[in-house]
Design a protein around this ligand. Sequence first.
Ligand SMILES: Cc1cc2nc3c(=O)[nH]c(=O)nc-3n(C[C@H](O)[C@H](O)[C@H](O)COP(=O)(O)OP(=O)(O)OC[C@H]3O[C@@H](n4cnc5c(N)ncnc54)[C@H](O)[C@@H]3O)c2cc1C
Length: 327
Amino acid sequence: MSFPDLVAEHGLDRIGLRGKLTANQLLSAVTWFRVGGPAQLLFQPADTEDLALFLRHLPRDVPVLPIGLGSNLLVRDGGIAGVVVRLGARGFGQVSVEADGAIRVGAAVPDRKLAEAAATAGQGGFAFYAGIPGGIGGALRMNAGAHGHETREVMVELTAVTRSGEIVRLTNADMAYRYRHSDQPGDTIFTEAVFRGVPRDEAAIRQEMAKVAAHREAAQPIREKTGGSTFKNPDGHSAWKLVDAAGCRGLQIGGARMSDMHCNFMINTGAATAEDLERLGETVRARVLETSGIALEWEIKRLGLFPEGVEIAPFLGARNAEVAADG
Ligand SMILES: Cc1cc2nc3c(=O)[nH]c(=O)nc-3n(C[C@H](O)[C@H](O)[C@H](O)COP(=O)(O)OP(=O)(O)OC[C@H]3O[C@@H](n4cnc5c(N)ncnc54)[C@H](O)[C@@H]3O)c2cc1C
């Protein structure tokens, strides 16, 4: 599948961009699941001004979607129409600790690197990032969190570029954070953020980070092709317990499987398509609804188009499962 060329159509190679434009870039190369069709156009800006210039010139009816390290994405096999923006380490990978203890971080910085910098600076409140494999852009959007802590506790303000190409500052309150959710439009792109923690002994922080890493290693399939927690925890419930009680641990459709190790994680066992993964997720939702009456919500972001002739309805009947859960 390939999309028409947006660069030629809109003269994007003639506006003085310093970043990189790639037509029909396969997104399976950048998602953790290793599935997903092409982006019609992938733009990797050189810096915030370059991104703003691009967005000012791009006609408003062309959709724009930022992606980060791809650790929370299920990109459909038909790909993404419009522009996908991915920030690279060169323009957006800086971390600096300011004299007053504030930590300024580019949106392409991996969460783990922020945890490291905070530990070195003796700033507590960031150890939970040591276990999250995404980048700061995704963390800002998703209010990423773990072990009882979330991004909203340490984020002070951020810089963003709106769809119309305006560079704006947003405060923590502007983000209206909730559990794994913020309220800014999906085509607003975060480029940098300022964080602040509380002073704490470096050795104690490093001990906590080591605990976080050990917990991940023992409890999550972190070396698999996965997207992290598939479903949000409903109020008062753990998603994994509901999935387990519905008999879905180890449930497999095509190359997609609910992890035996942590049954709220979906895994691409090798040759899964995005269709296999989404079918599996919707089948699990149907089974959980049947057994507990609870409608699980996806935490993983599903993006893009189904290939022609394919459509996956929500809450698919359990008969779609080709291989039953072991035992
Ligand atoms: C093994 C594993 C364990 C995980 N554990 C956790 C966990 O404990 N806690 C947790 O919260 N998450 C967890 N995740 C999910 C994921 O790592 C987080 O949601 C992370 O914050 C996503 O960051 P990313 O850079 O990969 O974003 P992506 O997955 O690329 O994108 C996620 C969302 O963020 C948006 N986005 C990305 N970059 C930007 C930007 N610069 N500006 C605006 N929007 C942007 C995208 O449009 C998309 O909506 C886990 C994932 C895996 C694979």
